[in-house]
Design a protein around this ligand. Structure first.
Ligand code: ADP
Length: 253
């Protein structure tokens, strides 16, 4: 079943050549779709356009069958909750002045009328925070700490906990492991895969790291200079008939 249906998406900054051009793809419910490409190829621009935090020039964005590309901020509110994002740098994503528990309760407070919190809540705030920390395999004692008292990997787990807290259907993961050491990267990829299966999530996994992409995704799209030049199943990453650019990326991997 298609969750995200993107057609002909184009975005140009300041009248230059388009940062993304005529982007067309589907993302199916429950899958992890990877978007790979070198720095500057337009990956983050595409993510920001899908999240409607960047205005698009033209194209369509369908989410569960609803066209969302022209909705007003107010009309977008129910969709915002269903589409969450995790960025590369967890330090920038967490307010340094808030304890971890307060960062976690923040989206809940914002959406509490619409969120059932069936996975994480039996009603009390303390139990909600405890269950969220457990879901991302963090000790519950971290609830009273500040972000600077955590490791990079632990901080990224907190941002993941925050993203799943309001029960999204799709998470855009924009280089979520790029700021981490290899061991933490590995652990975060395992966690993300477990969460996708357990919570029936869908991911758009943006990365320039083919090893990570090969491990976590079911399908892969390759972006070059703002265009998608190749799309294929993960098992076909090393196939001989791949686009020459994909083969180039594979050869340096
Ligand atoms: P990636 O995420 O693959 O590194 P980006 O989407 O960040 O690529 O960038 C794609 C192109 O758009 C680049 O040429 C970049 O310089 C340009 N770009 C990105 N963000 C902006 C912006 N806010 N204003 C102007 N140009 C931008």
């Amino acid at each position: 079943m298609t969750m995200l249906n993107v057609e002909g998406l184009t975005k140009t900054y300041h009248g230059e050549t388009p940062a993304i051009s005529n982007i067309t793809f589907n993302l199916n419910k429950g899958e992890c779709l990877a978007l790979v490409g070198e720095s500057g190829s337009g990956k983050s621009t595409l993510a920001r356009c899908l999240l409607r935090i960047e205005a698009i020039d033209s194209g369509k964005i369908g989410f569960n069958g609803s066209a969302i590309e022209k909705l007003t901020e107010r009309q977008l509110k129910p969709f915002r909750k269903k589409m969450q994002v995790v960025f590369q740098n967890p330090s920038a994503a967490l307010n340094p002045k808030l304890k971890i528990k307060d960062s976690l309760i923040d989206p809940y407070a914002q959406y509490k009328r619409e969120v059932t919190l069936s996975h994480f809540s039996n009603g009390s705030k303390t139990s909600y925070i405890k269950q969220l920390l457990e879901a991302v395999e963090l000790p519950t004692s971290l609830a009273d700490r500040y972000p600077h008292e955590l490791s990079g990997g632990q901080r990224q787990r907190v941002t993941i906990a925050r993203a799943i807290s309001i029960e999204p259907e799709l998470i855009i993961l924009d280089e979520p492991t790029a700021s981490l050491d290899v061991i933490s990267q590995d652990a975060i990829l395992t966690l993300l895969t477990d969460l996708r299966k357990n919570l029936n999530l869908s991911y758009l996994f943006i990365s320039h790291d083919l090893a990570a992409v090969n491990r976590i995704s079911q399908r892969i799209m390759v972006m070059k200079k703002g265009e998608i030049v190749d799309q294929f199943d993960q098992k076909d990453l090393f196939a001989k008939d791949r686009h020459p650019y994909t083969q180039e990326l594979v050869s340096i991997f």
